[in-house]
Design a protein around this ligand. Structure first.
Ligand code: FES
Ligand code: FES
Length: 884
């Protein structure tokens, strides 16, 4: 041990520390400075833990306190507060660089270190300085903007007041900062791992080392007597169904007698410290009887394959789709292409690990079990926990969430933390590592697709066939939803009179698949948009013109047979045309030499508001004439808070600070469905408008304008708004039936360079043309598009989750500042007939069309057609060698 004197945020402090104490723990655990975050497993990969030591940005997770005697440390809390922020914090908020906010403190500290030395950095210097700070939400564009804006503020060339939008400019269509952005920029937003409890236990989970096996025996004797250990918990200690039931009751909180995939949870150890819990978990011995391992659908569908779940066949869901007579139409088509496509398993990669805390409020059997995590659907998840745990009195509170991108449509860490809180009757902190978080969460499903696409001699599409098999992994989770969505959007932006498709969901021993940004459409769009280019090439038609001329038109039907009344897609083709012509012209300069440049196009008509969707929102006029919105509409970074606030301020003619949100507590809110499927603006925003209209009507009827008047008139001050979409299901035999109530339209254009010697592909620029209706907050909209494009390019070129092998951000190939590229956004604002003030939602759609735009650009650049994502250098070289 050694005494170390430090100055932390200007305050002198002394500590006596051992050789292994790192600065991150000292800050977070001893000083409660939780603005400094941890994303990677202390490997120097994420930068979330960045602080400044003696003027230099350092990773606090790798910095030994014992070596810091006399050092000056600055954390994000040392820069400013929401009332008196630092100019860099102001710049991040005003530039729209804060989405989920988990990376923000580290980004801000790295920016401060850069600007202290170099007050006017160029893009290259910014990318260099922030190269080790990861962000999953923004695509880095707005972060670079923020660094530049901070530089202007610090150099005295601009002031926040000059940049901040004025309320006189209006409320809608204006980039007012997000309501929680400054809290995040100051490191004060509490994520689940930041919450401390008196008397809390830490838990560690013993997970399966086998992919498929019967649990023969569990020996916990050694573990139970280890220092600090309070006890162990197995499935037998869970009083409810022990099933986290989304659709099928197939996923246990803790496995009973069988494991179905690597990392399946078997046992929980609770101890006074995390290190003690982990040490004891490592001392548990489990004996297995191995079963045949089937990682692919082909193995699980083979004759005589062992059934992974006794209650469900390995092919656990099938949904055909039949519209017209595709076989006949294909046979009669003047042109036809046929190919097989494969997409990879992928991790959604939110930067925050799967932290969850739980505790009992009150005593005995009446106590309320409080679960604090980062669910995007707190009412549904509360109900799942009630059933799984056999405990009625449950409250779910949503902490701030470090992104999610579909991963939190399911809950697993919550099941463990909540079960442990009930069993041990002590507050529980379950803070898994990144490696464990990767094991326990569901992933984007891999799809295998056999497709045929035909056209007549005039270039009109005649028929499309897609036979696809989805690797569900060990659990169904939301695989049925993913297949249904894939079929509902199967024909993309186009009019295809004849469709023949089949989607099959197959259990395997791979990681469980579930929803991930886009949830089904990104996989099938890769096949369709590749086939569109192949067919255009065969016919000798320009790919953009081919898409424009085959656009669906109002009065025609999508793949489900549902007739569409609005389809503003052709305008986007026209809008992107000059950009496409410019890019094609520029690419011709790369004809000679090993590096070739290509331009690729791909499109989306992304469904918003599925049949039967519903949302409920309560609004209340408060005694001070502010309005409080009560609705469980999660905001893990998408901008829900902004949307609710700006719409309310606009409709009620209020300043934004007079709008309050209660959205994170299941006891205080209406259940309003998941913050998924790009549905929140359309559905929850729609219900909000309905509630506010009722309030305004009551005020008008009473001839009053405020709370006092409404009360005096005997009118209620609280109103419940609804938005409902007509219910209906796809026919189980034909896949025909209703589709989404609206669509957001998009064309992605990728400009890509391919080094034909190394096979390396590099995106130079993505251009996104979008029509989602009137824009509520331009910077939030751009942020969603930019983040989606960055994720889409990662999906196209690099990212892949391999169960058991992908354990951190390096093996995942997380996009960095160095892989970032130029982006441009083109906006069209056709009001939607039933949209929220005409608007829809844009959280996912760039994820759908980016990957095929990139692979189409690779083909355009060098002739290599990629059928199997991601388009790694090996695959590009192999395609070049085959002359494809
Ligand atoms: S936690 Fe320090 S770099 Fe990731
Ligand atoms: S804002 Fe950067 S990770 Fe979410």
């Amino acid at each position: 041990m050694k005494k170390v004197r430090l100055t932390i945020n200007g305050m002198p402090k002394q500590f006596v520390v051992g050789t292994d104490r790192v600065l991150l723990d000292l800050l977070r655990d001893d000083l409660r400075l939780t603005g400094t975050k941890q994303s990677c497993d202390r490997k120097g990969q994420c930068g979330a833990c960045t602080v400044i030591v003696n003027g230099k940005a350092v990773h606090s997770c790798l910095t030994k306190v014992i070596n810091l005697d006399g050092a000056e440390v600055i954390t994000v809390e040392g820069l400013g507060t929401p009332d008196n922020p630092h100019l860099i914090q102001e710049a991040f908020v005003l530039a729209g660089a804060v989405q989920c906010g988990y990376c923000t403190p580290g980004m801000i500290m790295a920016t401060k270190a850069l600007l202290d030395k170099n007050p006017d950095p160029d893009n290259g210097e910014i990318k260099q300085a922030l190269a080790h700070n990861l962000c999953r939400c923004t695509g880095y564009v707005k972060i670079i903007d923020a660094v530049k804006l901070a530089g202007r503020f610090l150099r005295g060339e601009a002031t926040p007041d000059k940049v901040r939008p004025d309320f006189k400019d209006g409320t809608l269509g204006v980039s007012h900062p997000r309501p929680t952005a400054m809290l995040k920029a100051c490191g004060l937003a509490e994520f689940a791992a930041d919450i401390q409890f008196q008397d809390a236990l830490e838990v560690a989970v013993v997970r399966s080392t086998e992919h498929h096996a019967v649990i023969k025996s569990i020996d916990t004797k050694a573990a139970e007597t280890m220092p600090g250990v309070i006890g162990v918990m197995t499935a037998k200690d869970i009083k409810g169904t022990n099933r986290l039931k989304m659709i099928f009751p197939d996923q246990p909180i803790l496995c009973e007698n069988k494991v179905r995939t690597l990392g399946d949870p078997i046992l929980v150890v609770a101890a006074e410290t995390k290190a003690q819990a982990q040490a004891a978990a490592a001392a548990v011995t489990i004996a297995y009887d191995p079963l045949p391992v089937m990682m692919t659908p082909a193995e699980a569908m083979a004759e005589g394959a062992v059934q992974i779940h006794a209650e469900f066949p390995n092919v656990c869901f099938r949904q055909p789709q039949v519209k017209g007579d595709a076989e006949k139409a294909l046979a009669q088509s003047a042109f036809m292409v046929e190919a097989e496509f494969q997409t990879q398993m992928n991790h959604q990669a939110p930067t925050e690990p799967e932290a969850c805390v739980a505790y009992l409020e009150g005593e005995g059997e009446d106590a309320q079990l409080v679960v604090i995590g980062r669910s995007i659907d707190i009412h549904t998840h509360k109900a799942m926990l009630q059933e799984a745990l056999g405990w009625k009195n449950v409250r779910y509170e949503e902490a701030f969430a470090g992104g999610q991108f579909g991963i939190k449509a399911a809950i697993t860490s919550e099941g463990i933390a909540a079960a442990a809180a009930l069993h041990f009757r002590r507050p529980i902190r379950y803070i898994p590592s990144l490696a464990e978080s990767m094991l326990l969460t569901s992933k984007r499903h891999p799809f295998s697709m056999k497709v045929k696409l035909g056209a007549d001699k005039d270039g009109r599409l005649t028929a499309y066939a897609n036979d696809f098999i989805v690797n569900s992994g060990a659990y169904e989770t939301l695989g049925i939803v993913v297949i249904t969505r894939a079929l509902q959007m199967l024909s993309g932006s186009y009019h295809v009179p004849n469709i023949k498709a089949m989607g099959q969901l197959v259990y395997t021993n791979n990681a469980a698949g579930s929803v991930a940004r886009g949830a089904g459409p990104p996989q099938v769009a890769f096949a369709l948009e590749s086939a569109m280019d192949m067919l255009a090439e065969k016919m000798g038609i320009d790919p953009l013109e081919f898409r424009r001329m085959t656009s669906l038109k109002p009065g025609e039907s999508v793949s489900t047979g549902a007739v569409i009344d609005q389809w503003p897609f052709e305008g986007l083709c026209d809008a992107i045309r000059p950009h496409y012509d410019r890019a094609k012209k520029e690419a011709t300069a790369f004809r000679d030499g090993p590096v070739k440049r290509g331009v690729g196009i791909a499109c989306t008509a992304f469904g918003i508001a599925q049949p039967g969707d519903e949302a409920t929102v309560d609004v209340e006029l408060d005694p001070d004439d502010a309005i409080t919105i009560y609705a469980a509409a999660a905001d893990p970074g998408e901008g829900t808070d902004s949307m609710l606030t700006q719409i309310t301020a606009h409709l009620m003619d209020l300043p934004m600070e007079k709008v309050h949100l209660v959205t994170r507590n299941s006891d205080q809110t209406t259940g309003t469905g998941p913050a998924a499927a790009s549905r929140i603006t359309y559905m929850v925003g729609g219900a909000l408008v309905n509630a506010l209209e009722q309030m305004k009507a009551a005020m008008t009827e009473a001839g009053v304008t405020n709370y006092k008047g409404l009360k005096k008139a005997g009118k209620p001050t609280r109103y419940t708004g609804k938005k409902n979409v007509t219910a209906g299901q796809l026919d189980p035999k034909t896949g025909q039936g209703p589709t989404f109530e609206s669509q957001v339209h998009n064309i992605q254009m990728a400009e890509v360079e391919v080094n034909t010697e190394t096979g390396e592909a590099r995106v130079i620029k993505m251009t996104s043309a979008v029509d989602s209706g009137p824009v509520i907050n331009p910077k939030n909209l751009e942020g969603q598009l930019e983040g989606g494009m960055d994720q889409g390019v990662g999906y196209a070129l690099r990212e892949e989750y391999i169960h058991g092998r992908t354990k951190d951000w390096v093996t995942f190939k997380f996009p960095t500042m160095k892989t970032a590229f130029d982006m441009e956004v083109i906006i069209r604002e056709t009001p939607r007939l039933k949209g929220t003030l005409g608007s829809t939602g844009i959280g996912e759609m760039t994820m759908v069309s980016t990957a095929p735009a990139v692979t189409n650009a690779i083909k355009d650049a060098c002739g290599a057609r990629i059928y199997d994502l991601p388009a790694t250098p090996d695959k590009i070289k192999a395609a070049l060698a085959k002359g494809e």
